[in-house]
Design a protein around this ligand. Structure first.
Ligand code: FMN
Length: 192
């Protein structure tokens, strides 16, 4: 049994992204894992302002929901990042959440090339939805995830579901007409 924290960076309450996330969660629960879902629509997390107070042993100066998320991040085995594709990348809410990982970094006396600190090692996954479904649709989002979450922060990639062709937000969610919900359920069931 693993502890999985799913962070949803926006999207409509019963929209494509929440449906995708819920399908993943059903699979993970059926496989016996413990899952917690948090929505950044409900809990505000602001971006890092780079004051560096955390580099001098002080708590983050920003008093918002992230401080309550820290123990959830530390105790999770896997963090699932979920977002609708907004202007070809992850939502600003999810980006702000990731920026705040800066305050949970630990000093690394001997960082490898291109790194400056170390982070708690976790597994990670990416769940996204979009209107378009071209071969380049997720290029920037996947590039950011791989560069930042996997290569820099150092999490282990467990995979991703990139649900293209779910319809635009000026219409009702269309993800139930695709195979992506089944894909997300199977992913949740087989992630460990
Ligand atoms: C502000 C905004 C920007 C969007 N940008 C893109 C985009 O760049 N590419 C794309 O394919 N879809 C884009 N979409 C469509 C959403 O990604 C898509 O409808 C998504 O599934 C909505 O998720 P939801 O149903 O969970 O709200 C955008 C939607 C909004 C509201």
């Amino acid at each position: 049994m693993k502890k999985i924290l799913v962070v949803v960076g926006g999207g409509r309450p019963n929209g494509n992204t929440n449906q995708l996330v819920n399908a993943f969660i059903r699979g993970a629960l059926d496989a016996g894992h413990e899952v917690e879902k948090v929505s950044l629509n409900k809990f505000e997390v602001k971006g890092c302002i780079g004051c560096n107070a955390c580099r001098y042993g002080k708590p983050c100066v920003q008093k918002d929901a992230f401080n309550d998320f820290v123990h959830k991040i530390i105790s999770a085995d896997c963090i699932v990042f979920a977002s609708p594709l907004l202007f070809w990348t992850i939502s600003s809410k999810l980006k702000a959440f990731i920026e705040r990982f800066y305050c949970i970094a630990e000093e690394d006396s001997n960082p490898s090339y291109g790194r400056y600190e170390k982070y708690p090692v976790k597994d990670a996954a990416l769940l996204m939805t979009s209107a378009d479904n071209f071969f380049w649709t997720y290029e920037q989002a996947v590039s950011y995830y791989k560069f930042t979450i996997i290569n820099y922060i150092g999490f282990n990639d467990k995979g991703m579901v990139l649900a293209g062709g779910c319809g635009d937000t000026n219409g009702r969610p269309q993800i139930d007409k695709t195979e992506h919900l089944t894909e997300a359920y199977e992913f949740g069931k087989s992630i460990y």
